[in-house]
Design a protein around this ligand. Structure first.
Ligand code: TRP
Length: 330
């Protein structure tokens, strides 16, 4: 069966932009007849965050968020990266064949160096080996299961190319087709969701609408979305409006058509925001309850993730063994 693999870095609570851009499309695919791997990339988060309790909290948060929004842990493989030691073992086999020059060209690393140089710092300032080797660990995540398809945002395409390169190199050096060449699957349709201030919704801009807050807070957030100063009766352009763009990413075609008509008739901003809030509330009310129950039972989440990891290890184990044998390690 074809395998599809998605890694989720636990780096903060999910917001509506994450939901529309990544979570919803990823979950829509879980029924497509392929074998799906969804995992919490906690080892990747080590590179960006050195706060232990925050990492733990965010890891549970990712688990609860995805489960509450509809991830089916029976039909898919859902696990924590750190519960699958095969990935790290493979990581070293891959590190040993990965060309340094290849990793020198990785955007995330290059950007950091360029920033250092620009600021008159030493080129290596604040750059860890973890950051440098990040793409190798990603390759290990994918190759440990010989996953063929990897849905990613545009910023991650280069990482998949690096994984392909490393897979081909390993196969070539040890003269065995151990690894499948993975492919990036980029969803061209994904729109950028704008945040409260009209810039891209992003944690770093602090302009997000979190997926799971109280309904009262959700309403407050929606009411904070910046709009222009047009008066209630004036016809409004739905295309240039954050409220409309979020609504249209989540509502049915019929509902979107209706709201568009109301914009043209001159809906007031307060009213438009109320429509968006009510829609979000109707979508999120059920998942919110589920999310809260899951977050209140960390032991339950641990069990569920550990079961996922056992199934994942059953798949990664033989692939790792084959790689080790090819390399003459056993
Ligand atoms: N680097 C990815 C991100 O930040 C997360 C990730 C880790 C990943 N390992 C992966 C994605 C393997 C796809 C495949 O978004």
């Amino acid at each position: 069966m074809e395998r599809m693999l998605t890694g989720i870095t636990p780096s903060g609570v999910a917001h509506i932009g994450n939901y529309i851009g990544a979570i919803k499309p990823a979950l829509a695919e879980q029924q497509d007849g392929r074998e799906h791997f969804y995992f919490i990339a906690d080892y990747h988060s080590l590179v960006k965050c050195w706060d232990a309790s925050l990492r733990q909290q965010y890891s549970y948060d990712v688990a609860a968020t995805w489960l509450a929004l509809g991830l089916d842990a029976d039909k898919t493989l859902f696990y924590r990266q750190s519960d699958v030691p095969e990935i790290l073992e493979l990581n070293w086999l891959l590190t040993s064949v990965a060309a340094k020059g290849l990793l020198n060209r990785a955007h995330a690393y290059k950007d950091k160096v360029a920033k250092n140089v620009h600021e008159g710092q030493d080129a290596d300032n604040a750059i860890t080996m973890g950051l440098y080797c990040y793409p190798v660990l990603m390759a290990a995540d994918i190759l440990a299961f010989n996953a063929k398809y990897v849905p990613v945002g545009k910023d991650q395409i280069q990482h998949i190319e690096i994984a392909r390169d490393i897979a081909a190199r390993f196969n070539h050096i040890y003269q065995q087709e151990v690894f499948v060449q993975p492919e990036a699957v980029v969803n061209e349709k994904t729109q950028t969701i704008l945040g409260l201030d009209g810039r891209k919704m992003s944690k770093s801009y602090q302009n997000t609408i979190p997926v799971f807050t109280s309904s009262k807070q959700l309403r407050k957030n929606v009411m904070k979305i910046v709009t222009n100063s047009q008066l209630p009766e004036e016809p409004k352009d739905p295309e240039a409006c954050t409220v409309f763009s979020i609504y249209s990413a989540l509502a049915t075609d019929e509902q979107v058509k209706e709201l568009r008509a109301r914009y043209e008739q001159g809906i007031g901003w307060g009213e438009a925001k109320q429509v968006l809030y009510e829609h979000l509330e109707s979508l999120l009310q059920g998942p919110r309850e589920k999310y809260r129950a899951l977050m209140a039972d960390r032991a339950g989440l641990d069990r569920l993730l550990e079961q996922g990891a056992l199934r994942a290890r059953d798949i990664a184990g033989p692939i790792l063994q084959q790689a080790k044998r090819a390399a003459g390690v056993i």
